[in-house]
Design a protein around this ligand. Structure first.
Ligand SMILES: Cc1cc2nc3c(=O)[nH]c(=O)nc-3n(C[C@H](O)[C@H](O)[C@H](O)COP(=O)(O)OP(=O)(O)OC[C@H]3O[C@@H](n4cnc5c(N)ncnc54)[C@H](O)[C@@H]3O)c2cc1C
Length: 585
């Protein structure tokens, strides 16, 4: 006991010395940074985080002529858009480990960065498919009204007739909301002439909307997906199918207000600069999207360093002046673009003392839960559904292979998690990318990706390894009820819960979008009122994460907009400096 106490005292003394040394080193580093930042900067721009948004920002910055450096903490780029081989004894199986399908990447980015030349290749997804535990199944097609009518008629003739009207209604709303994704949110409430001007411009652009459209947008923004669907459809099977998009990545069941908008966010097909594809699979998994963007950035001249974890943002005279890596190395630049979760980017890297109090409070209050668990499976054969038999590749294997039979089923999964237990019967948005993509595993085998919800939101605080395994088994059992070969076909399983998402990928709270898509966190509120234009309270520091407007999702818009803001400011500064030089006697 005494020996232990002596040892503890020694350890404490050692720690105190180390703390004092660390404080001294930090002080020295700060002085050094002040000195270094007053000389020529190492780079024109530093991008913190090599997720797809950071890479998009880097590509645009480099294309504008800025000497650009990307610093990524992990050994590889991509962030949540990543393809990995999670089973060391089976490296021939690769999974798209977190995000799994593409839709929202605008044609502007694809064309500007020539992504198709660098490997961006999308296979459009097949139909939405649900096999029901009580028997039967439903398929819904993105673009085939006739077949939708036939499928839905099996469950409700009334719903089959309502479907074309629903599709048209949604398309009309998407026409309004889509272009807003590429709009820089105005600073609502500000009386500065520039902000007032932007607000008026936005209002003017929407002057033709009319009373009905405004009412429909209001409904979409405020209603639950359950109430909205109840207004349109009667069959539980059809409503279950349409409800999934309302709760993807959301800490809210289908009866929560605001989930109707989440559905729209996932259903928008056109952001105003060209029609987007339907949801699709990237060849090589989502990591290949990030690789294509990284290649575009490199070709434009950007340098990308992996294994480089940033510890803080350097500042000089109230402006961003570069970054300090966790190993103490300092790198200077007049422009810093950060693409990290807002808590990390601002509270950790900039520091509360360097930020306005209101902004600090807003970021502290930022909601970042979701209770998502990603389950990646290697399969020896395709699921053989009782309702649609056969392990040969069929159309129903090629799209979403869901486990979300009805809205009450989805709601119960959420209520379990809200009450502090993992869902007894989780819901899943499943896909089998290898129905098209032959690059992920050997011929004859398949990869299946299950995006599942919910576990309690505080599971981001501890690994919960065994409980996650039990949860995954229950999820697999649910599929096994409708496809009895499922369980026995599983060769390998990889389970990624909220704790791993936070600690390995930087997704604080396990939220897949760096922050919930709840109404109070959208548009001019994302990530905080007054700072939704991709600028931050620190001049020279720009914000490009999915926690800005148009995020989340693998859409690249935050990266592009943050780079545009930085480039515009850089040019304005250069113009001012030019004028200043001209006017100097
Ligand atoms: C399970 C899951 C499923 C999803 N499914 C889809 C989907 O199917 N389709 C879709 O469109 N979207 C999906 N999403 C959302 C989408 O993946 C994210 O919104 C998007 O990838 C986030 O991109 P980002 O560049 O903003 O951030 P991130 O991808 O999080 O990138 C941030 C990067 O910063 C790095 N980093 C963190 N800390 C530091 C540091 N201190 N120093 C340096 N680097 C650091 C991280 O390692 C990471 O690479 C999903 C997300 C998850 C988690």
């Amino acid at each position: 006991m005494a020996a232990k106490a002596t040892q503890a005292a020694k350890t404490m003394a050692g720690k105190a010395v180390k703390t004092a040394q660390a404080a001294k080193a930090a002080q020295a580093a700060r002085s050094a940074s002040r000195a270094r930042a007053s000389g020529p900067a190492d780079y024109d721009a530093i991008v913190v985080g090599g997720g797809h948004n950071g890479l998009v920002a880097a590509a645009y910055l480099a294309r504008s002529g800025a000497r650009t450096l990307v610093l990524e903490a992990r050994p590889k780029t991509g962030g949540a858009a990543t393809t990995e081989a999670p089973w060391p004894d089976a490296p021939e199986f690769r999974v798209t480990r977190l995000s799994y399908v593409m839709s929202l990447l605008p044609p502007t980015i694809i064309n500007d960065l020539q992504l198709e030349r660098h490997g961006y290749k999308i296979y459009p997804m097949g139909p939405y498919y649900q096999a029901f535990p009580e028997g039967g199944s439903i398929k819904l097609y993105a673009d085939d009204a006739k077949r939708n009518h036939d499928e839905i008629s099996r469950w409700s003739k009334k719903d089959a007739d309502a479907m074309p009207r629903w599709d048209a209604w949604l398309a009309g709303l998407a026409d309004v909301l889509g272009p807003l994704l590429l709009t820089v949110p105005p600073n609502l409430g500000s009386r500065k002439p520039r902000d007032l001007n932007e607000t008026l411009r936005l209002a003017w652009r929407h002057r033709g909307l009319g009373v009905r459209t405004i009412a429909d947008v209001t409904r979409l923004m405020t209603m639950s997906i359950a109430d909205l669907l109840d207004d349109w459809f009667e069959s539980p099977q059809v409503k279950g199918a349409l409800a999934v998009n309302g709760v993807i990545g959301t800490w809210a069941g289908p009866y929560e207000p605001g989930t109707a908008y989440v559905m729209a966010h996932h259903s928008i097909g056109d952001v105003g600069d060209g029609h987007l594809g339907n949801w699709g699979f990237q060849e090589g998994g989502m990591g290949a999207v990030a690789d294509a963007i990284a290649q575009a950035a490199r070709l434009a001249g950007a340098e990308i360093r992996t294994g480089a974890r940033v510890g803080r943002v350097l500042q000089q005279d109230g402006r961003a002046a570069g970054v300090e890596l966790e190993n103490g190395q300092q790198i200077t630049a007049k422009v810093v673009v950060t693409s990290l979760h807002p808590r990390t980017a601002f509270l950790d890297h900039v520091g509360r003392a360097n930020l306005p109090d209101d902004f600090v409070t807003d970021i502290e209050h930022w909601k970042t839960r979701s209770g998502v668990v990603k389950i990646n499976l290697a399969l020896s054969e395709l699921p053989d559904f009782t309702a649609d038999p056969g392990t040969n590749l069929q159309e129903h294997h090629t799209g979403s292979v869901e486990m979300a039979p009805t809205m009450p089923y989805i709601e119960q999964a959420f209520q379990d998690a809200r009450n502090g237990i993992p869902a007894v019967r989780p819901f899943s948005d499943g896909v089998i990318p290898t129905a098209f993509d032959k690059t992920l595993c050997p011929e004859g085998y398949h990869i299946m990706s299950l995006f599942t919800q919910w576990v309690p939101s505080d599971w981001s605080e501890a690994p919960h390894t065994e409980e996650l395994q039990a949860y995954a088994h229950r999820m697999i059992d649910c599929y096994n009820e409708v496809a009895p070969n499922f369980k026995s076909s599983i060769l390998h399983a990889d389970i990624v819960g909220p704790y791993q998402m936070e600690h390995e990928y930087g997704l604080v709270g396990g939220n897949i979008f760096h922050g919930e898509l709840s109404l109070e966190q959208l548009f001019h509120m994302r990530p905080a009122p007054g700072f939704a234009d991709y600028r931050t309270p620190v001049p020279g520091l720009y914000y490009a994460s999915s926690a800005t407007h148009a995020g989340g999702g693998v859409c690249g818009i935050p990266g592009m907009q943050a780079a545009r803001a930085a480039i515009a400011d850089r040019r304005a500064t250069a113009r001012r400096a030019g004028r200043h030089r001209l006017h100097r006697p």
